[in-house]
Design a protein around this ligand. Sequence first.
Ligand code: GLY
Length: 279
Amino acid sequence: NGINEAFEYAKEVIEKGIGGMHRVLIEEKVVGEEFTLQAFCDGKAIYPMPAVQDHKRLLPNDKGPNTGGMGSYSHKSGILPFMNVDDYEIASNILQKIVDALRKEGREYRGVIYGQFMLTVDGPKVIEINARFGDPEAMNVLPLLKNNFVEICDAMATGNLTNKCIDFEAKSTVCKYVVPNGYGINPKEGMEIEVDEESIKGENALLFYASVNEKNGKIYTTRSRSLAIVGIANEIEDAEKICECGLKHVKGDVFIRHDIGKKELIEKRIKHMKMLRGE
Ligand code: GLY
């Protein structure tokens, strides 16, 4: 219920313990909406990408066990419908401060930095930082990148990103993962998935294979996420429809969280944040 109660509980556990060394980790529970901010970094400055929201829970309406991520969306504005520009700026500043601190310690970091944040009533709080892209979040932002990705990587590696103008198309995106049935609990591996690549292309949707095996021209599930379909449009609603049209051309013993990117779920996020902010 609070930090004092957690502390008292930890003390009690230690006192009743069987002796020896104890390490107690007290974590702050943060309530809000999660979002991801990825940035390119050349060791000195960060160049943030559009914010993305991933969906960790396996089942619709954020139920079921946590997974690697069932899908994600981004908005053409670069921020998310439940955020404001200040939230984005604060998260970017946190990433910049981390990069500054690493440089000060003599551990200059060059590459993609991934910040996972919880947007709370007190602003964005760090959940985790990774030295990589987010998965699925990379699939939302990279198709929007107007620049040559290899040139950006080269500029990051040579500490020279400052000379590059990094630009993203102002479009909304929705990404949904196709996973084997049972994923997150007891995934059905080795099941054939029929993927009609031409028809997916015909719907203007993007296809990204993830963890699948190919045998004699056929695609089979593993225990992990199989493939993702991404829709891109001006509005999230339209990107979601394109994504769903693409998904119709994937068949098999698979599971998809169809609620991702849908109006109802996004409105729920907005309402949640407004409620926390007392608006
Ligand atoms: N989307 C979660 C992660 O990449 O860690």
